[in-house]
Design a protein around this ligand. Structure first.
Ligand code: DQA
Length: 145
């Protein structure tokens, strides 16, 4: 069982970026914890981050056919990235939307997600654990089916 863990624009800057909101952990720190959880769950994970919507679309098109699900923090693309939405829909894979911060407690433009309605669910505001909970959910979903 293999899951794609995708991070969108500016998430490569975690650790330096607005630590009051996003915390002090770097993207590598997060990925290390996700990898550890994946090992415990006996599933494979593949990480991808890009600041470019088209690069994420290319990655999804290339990698989804050999994967079982997706955990995605699309960053600001969550709020307007229509080609990303189409790419996710085209995979027909189950995916979970994750946000480190509680987007609903922030600026109005962050309250809207254009991918939430095609996701299995959304996990927001609980930091890096959102990724591991999403992974646990997807692993169980696939095992039960
Ligand atoms: C974010 C929330 C988005 O609104 C923002 O643009 C990000 C990070 C989060 O993880 O809280 O880049 O997805």
């Amino acid at each position: 069982m293999k899951f794609l863990i995708i991070n969108g624009p500016n998430l490569n800057n975690l650790g330096k970026r607005d630590p009051a909101i996003y915390g002090a952990d770097t993207l590598s720190d997060l990925q290390e914890r996700i990898e550890k959880r994946a090992n415990d769950l006996d599933v494979d994970v593949e990480f991808f981050q890009s600041n470019h919507e088209g690069a994420i679309v290319d990655y999804i098109q290339a990698s989804a056919p050999s994967s079982d699900g997706i955990v995605i923090n699309a960053g600001a693309l969550t709020h307007y990235g229509l080609s990303l939405r189409d790419a996710l829909a085209d995979t027909e894979l189950p995916f979970v939307e994750v946000h480190l911060s509680n987007v609903h407690a922030r600026e109005d433009f962050r309250h809207q997600s254009i991918i939430a309605s095609i996701s299995k669910g959304q996990i927001v505001g609980i930091g890096w654990q959102g990724y591991t909970f999403a992974l646990e959910y997807l692993a169980k979903l696939l095992k039960d089916n």
